[in-house]
Each structure stands twice: as C-alpha cells, then as structure tokens.
Design a protein around this ligand. Structure first.
Ligand SMILES: [Zn+2]
Length: 123
C-alpha cells in the first residue's frame, strides 16, 4: 500500500486497491441523508475526497456503502459498529419530543442499519 501523510491527521492512499468505507457513516447513504434532511433541514453535498474508517483519505469513488463491495477489513469492522450505533440513535430519536420520525419509521430505519451491520460483519 502506498500512503503518505496529508498534514491533516490522515494518510492519502495512492493505489492500495481496496474499497473502503467513508469514516463518517452518518453522511453516507441516501436513506441517512433523507433522515438528516427531514430532521435538521439539510444534508451536506458529497465531497470529492473522503476520510475512511481506516484513517486514509481516498477519492469518494474508492469508497462504497454496499458491504459486499468493501475489501478493507478495518473499514468493514468499523462500519459494522457504526451502523449498530446509528440504529440505536435513530430509535432514541423517535422518542424525542417533536421528532419528525414516528416509532414505525424509526424501527424500519434501525432494522435496515442492523442488517447492514450484519452484512459488514460477514466475511
Ligand atoms: Zn479502509
């Protein structure tokens, strides 16, 4: 793997050939973006280069949300943990006063993220 320090606490990956997972799971995925946009009124645009779960910076095209396509093991493990954590957060969000998600919606989103976590843990 070719990697150099980027001066921002990460390493820039040259051509390690792996498909990674973006470190900020909350930013990835249309479903999450829709939830965030519905809750907070906006979601960020996708960047050209992203930090990964294994502390690299790679072109967004070298990342994937689909668990079966991710070949970087540290990214798979981290993404699995983050998806479980996010499922718990969505469930708690539905219980907050004024929440834009009701319980059935939150349960569906949480189930989807638990399933993604399970798929990331499969090898
Ligand atoms: Zn990685």
């Amino acid at each position: 793997m070719l990697a150099v320090a980027d001066g921002r606490g990460g390493r820039i990956s040259g051509s390690d050939g792996h498909i990674h997972v973006e470190s900020n799971v909350l930013r990835e995925g249309a479903a999450v973006r829709d939830v965030l946009a519905a809750t907070f009124g906006h979601a960020d645009d996708l960047p050209g280069e992203v930090a990964t779960g294994c502390s690299l910076r790679v072109p967004f095209a070298m990342t994937c949300r689909r668990p079966e396509s991710v070949t970087c093991l540290p990214c798979r493990e981290r993404a699995g943990r983050q998806h479980l954590h996010f499922a718990e957060q969505v469930e708690r969000l539905a219980d907050m006063p004024g929440a834009s998600l009701d319980r059935p919606q939150a349960d569906r989103v949480a189930a989807r993220y638990r399933e993604l976590a399970r798929r990331f843990s499969d090898t």
